[in-house]
Design a protein around this ligand. Structure first.
Ligand code: AMP
Ligand code: ZN
Ligand code: FE
Ligand code: FE
Length: 295
């Protein structure tokens, strides 16, 4: 049963326009500040967007303000890092309480693990390539999330690689000789904590190459309150999608589509995949942790 909640305007009353629910700013590994992301979103003709930086809500206030100024609808979100053995699993969390103490404890722990890991990886890499720990660690701001993309940017500035993708295929690759694993909670802990914080949990790009989740685990996540899957995403591999499509049917889950925009950091273009108004309204109906900014 979906909880009914006042965040959802009565059916047909809100103009959602084009909806893109997965974008990153420079509070994590996007290349544009939150306000600039909102400008790009507006220029792309999108009316409803979510800012979903990795493991931080730092960009929410600036994005909300820019949304009000430009007459757009803003859905507060985050992409929570979790891991299962060697697979890195991303959970999109919508409309949770940003002050929830358990989730705050988790995201603080992940960001500090990110900082340790990226500092150590950068130290190792700097023995062989002309990059510095300082330039990498300063990249995401004090409450932001540093990640491998910031090492990639330093390698680009040093002229070692052409773009982030080349860095990920070589020096930053798990078998590139410098890779360290990132601490993160399990997907089950992630789902439980998002739900406990009044949020809605959607499995991000579940059929991407790097994601490996046995069906048994996926069913366990659904039983724990996972609300749906991001089925339309450029990294999803067609042949890996059917299990998610079938489960979505079996449990009447929410399915979304989005761009995963990172500014100049990735080729993904705003609104290249979209979410339907009906699915967004289902997300709003299930959420109780924080309110969207509606215009
Ligand atoms: P990290 O969380 O530090 O391990 O870095 C993973 C992040 O890097 C993800 O959020 C991706 O968006 C980004 N990323 C992964 N592969 C690539 C790529 N080939 N090009 C650009 N960004 C990437
Ligand atoms: Zn990212
Ligand atoms: Fe992701
Ligand atoms: Fe993402």
């Amino acid at each position: 049963m979906e909880k009914d909640h006042s965040f959802v305007p009565s059916a047909g009353h809100q103009d959602w326009g084009i909806i893109d629910l997965h974008l990153h700013s420079s509070c994590s590994d996007g290349t544009e500040a939150p306000g600039a992301v909102v400008e790009s979103v507006a220029a792309a003709g999108v009316k409803t967007f979510a800012l979903s930086d990795h493991d931080t809500t730092e960009g929410w206030a600036e994005a909300a303000e820019a949304a009000v100024a430009t007459g757009m609808n803003f859905i507060p979100a985050m992409e929570l890092s979790t891991s299962l053995e060697w697979s890195s699993i991303h959970l999109l969390a919508y409309l949770f309480d940003p002050d929830d103490s358990q989730l705050l404890h988790t995201t603080n722990k992940i960001r500090s693990a990110r900082a340790d890991r990226i500092m150590k990886m950068t130290e190792l890499i700097s023995a062989d390539y002309p990059i510095t720990v300082e330039e990498v660690m300063d990249a995401a701001g004090p409450d932001g999330s540093v990640g491998r993309p910031h090492i990639a940017d330093a390698l680009i500035r040093a002229g070692v690689v052409r773009d982030r993708n080349e860095a990920f295929e070589t020096i930053l690759h798990p078998r590139g000789g410098y890779y360290l694993k990132l601490y993160a909670p399990t997907p089950l802990e992630g789902v439980q904590q998002i739900v406990a914080a009044g949020g809605v949990a959607i499995l991000a790009h579940p059929a991407a190459r790097a994601v490996s989740l046995p069906e048994k685990e996926i069913r366990q996540l659904v039983a724990a309150g996972l609300s749906g899957f991001e089925l339309d995403h450029r990294e999803n591999e067609k042949e890996k999608l059917h299990v998610f499509q079938n489960l979505a049917k079996e449990f009447d889950l929410i399915v979304t589509g989005s761009s995963d925009y990172h500014g100049a950091g990735k080729p993904n273009r705003i609104a290249e995949n979209q979410t339907s108004p009906h699915m967004l309204e289902r997300i709003l109906k299930q959420a109780s942790g924080s309110a969207p900014v509606l215009n």
